[in-house]
Design a protein around this ligand. Structure first.
Ligand SMILES: [Fe+2]
Ligand SMILES: [Fe+2]
Length: 260
């Protein structure tokens, strides 16, 4: 079966890319399960119930988060009731929400999704390697999809190689820049360092360039707003073997929707 994994959706432009491009991609590729990173889906910072529901309506089955999970306080009102929304696994045990979940598809296939945070050039969290290592034996699933939300390419490749052959897919998120290193690691773990940006093309990581440049050139506080105009969807399509739980192929996707 095939899964579609979509990179960080940034604000209204990112949601428009999903709305305009994902349904056709899902149909053409005969996708059975869709995971997307939604940590920037509401105005670039965090997520709301309304935004999550909008994204589910475009065909997304599960939303993963990252370091921006708590940016929009509305998440505290619904994360404990929302099984399709995952925050990182390697946070303190009393943290609201879930870091992983096993979803049973109509076909009976059980798909585990795990969201993990990196530690290099990021805030302190529990070790993502140990966290996943402890979790894997508890997962009663045919497939295991891991969103590794991290900054450093080395940490991401290391996690992919460490779990090669043990999970179905390790896909990186967070940098909003798509990497061209999609590959099959070890016995069959599909891997990419970063899925990339789903959002405004004419932007800096999905935000208006002038806002980001002003902050970087003046060091003064500057509010960032979501870029407008043409928008892109960044993702991978992974074909999985249900017998082994491993990957057969990984294909990188970047599609642009022109705003006219
Ligand atoms: Fe992000
Ligand atoms: Fe992030």
């Amino acid at each position: 079966m095939k899964v579609l994994l979509i990179g960080d959706i940034v604000g209204r432009a990112g949601r428009r890319a999903v709305r305009e491009l994902a349904p056709d991609l899902i149909e053409e590729e005969e996708i059975e399960f869709v995971v997307a990173n939604g940590e920037n889906a509401a105005g670039g910072f965090g997520i709301t119930k309304q935004v999550a529901d909008e994204l589910y309506s475009y065909g997304i089955d599960v939303l993963t988060m990252g370091n921006h999970t708590w940016d929009n306080k509305e998440i505290f009102d619904f994360i404990d009731q929302e099984e399709r929304l995952l925050r990182p696994q390697n946070l303190p045990p009393q943290t609201p929400g879930m870091g992983h979940q096993v979803y049973t598809l109509d076909s009976g296939v059980k798909v585990a999704v795990v969201n993990l945070l990196g530690r290099v050039f990021m805030d302190n969290v529990d070790c993502p390697f140990r966290s996943l290592e402890e979790l894997i034996p508890q997962l009663e699933a045919d497939l295991i999809l891991v969103d590794f939300h991290a900054e450093a390419t080395s940490e991401k490749i290391a996690l992919g190689r460490y779990f090669a052959g043990e999970v179905s897919v390790v896909f990186g998120t967070h940098t909003h820049v798509q990497t061209a290193d999609e590959q099959i690691l070890g016995a069959g773990t599909a891997y990419i360092t970063d899925l990339g940006l789903t959002g405004g093309v004419d932007s800096i990581l999905g935000m208006k360039p002038e806002d980001v440049i002003k902050r970087l050139t003046t060091n003064l506080p500057q509010r960032f707003s979501v870029a407008t105009g043409d928008t892109q969807l960044a993702a991978v399509v992974v074909e999985l073997d249900l017998e082994s739980g491993l990957a057969l192929s990984i294909k990188r996707v970047k599609q642009i929707h022109t705003n006219n």
